[in-house]
Design a protein around this ligand. Structure first.
Ligand code: ZN
Ligand code: ZN
Length: 346
């Protein structure tokens, strides 16, 4: 089967690899129908996330069950299935606390390990999914592949940022970064009826999408977002700032836009250390929450999508056949043609 493989010297290639087959209990073999390119795939390509060359990459995918081990309860051949970006065991201390993203024996597709076994990536024609009953979710008939695929990664992460920020009715919220995760955070924040919701980015197409999701947009290439937000909030600042970029500038803007005692909820992944002004932050009493998105909310989010209460179909801007994966990466990496989310169809 064809798959996108990490090669030496920061390159990717479409290669022929063996098709996996069921070899143990709890497994389903998924024929991938849609797989998406994620910003973190570029971090892998560029060596910022260390993965061994020769690994098949990709962690966002949905598909159809081709075969299920006899003990699998929830899935049978022909079922559509949404698989989260990372798998968890359900029984370690982290899983039992409900923090499945920190599972001790779980990992992410495309270089991670599940119970000691390498998890090849999902930008491929087939993926063997162990622990299917624990982590995977059936896709309702009225939910498209393009919406379901977000549930298992970027939507789960955006929603997590909102929950960790403690967003509630009447709050003021600012979301820094309107990429796929930031846009999902905006849509998720709207579920909690904030009084005002600001969205900050520098790309017009991203700001337009944020505006279509009901946010008041701020172009950070034109104004200083923190000063602008203070001016809009009687110099108080927002209750919750969400950082969905992973850069020093947006981190500092997020802190600068907060009210005293407000919360900065970070889901951006940082490549560089950031200096903290603790003397001032202590007096301001801000709280900082950060970490990986908890994907244990998938069932709830799928239900919201299925019932039309969350609609993120506008995030998918491009679709390529898997055979043109290199062209798709070229477009995504250089942000050509106003792309947001790029899908691959094996
Ligand atoms: Zn992702
Ligand atoms: Zn676990």
């Amino acid at each position: 089967m064809q798959a996108v493989m990490l090669k030496p010297e920061h390159k990717l290639a479409l290669e022929e690899v063996p098709k996996p087959s069921i070899d143990g209990p709890g497994q389903i073999l998924v024929k991938v129908t849609t797989t998406a390119i994620c910003g973190s795939d570029l971090h892998i390509k560029n060596g910022e996330i260390p993965i061994m060359p020769g690994t098949v990459i990709g962690h966002e995918f949905v598909g159809v069950v081709e075969e299920a081990a006899p003990d699998v309860r929830l899935f049978k051949p022909g079922d559509r299935v949404d698989v989260p970006a990372c798998m968890w065991c359900g029984s370690c201390p982290s899983c039992q606390r409900g923090e499945v993203q920190y599972c001790e024996t779980g990992g992410v597709w495309g270089g991670g390990f599940f119970k000691g076994r390498l998890m090849p990536g999902a930008q491929a024609e087939y993926v063997l999914v162990p622990g299917a009953d624990m982590c995977a979710l059936p896709i309702p008939d009225n939910v498209s592949d393009e919406q379901a695929i977000l549930v298992g990664d970027v939507l789960g992460t955006g929603y997590h940022a909102v929950v960790e920020g403690g967003v509630g009715p009447g709050d003021t919220v600012a979301v820094f970064g309107c990429g796929p995760v930031g846009l999902c955070a905006i849509a998720s924040a709207q579920l909690f009826s904030p009084a005002r919701l600001f969205a900050i980015d520098v790309l017009p197409n991203r700001l337009a999408l944020a505006e279509s999701l009901g946010a008041e947009v701020i172009d950070a290439s034109k104004v200083d977002p923190a000063s602008y937000i203070l001016g809009q909030t009687d110099m108080c600042g927002v209750d919750v700032a969400i950082e969905a970029v992973g850069m020093t500038a947006t981190f500092n803007q997020g802190l600068g836009s907060l009210r005293r005692g407000g919360t900065l909820s970070i889901v951006g992944l940082f490549a560089e250390p950031v200096q903290l002004g603790l003397p001032i932050l202590g007096l301001a009493g801000v709280r900082i929450s950060m970490g990986l998105g908890n994907l244990g909310h998938m069932r709830k989010l799928m239900s919201l999508v299925s019932r039309g209460k969350l609609d993120l179909s506008a995030l998918t801007t491009h679709t390529f056949p898997l055979s043109q994966a290199m062209e798709a990466y070229e477009l995504f990496e250089h942000q050509k043609d106003k792309c947001i989310k790029v899908m691959l169809k094996p």
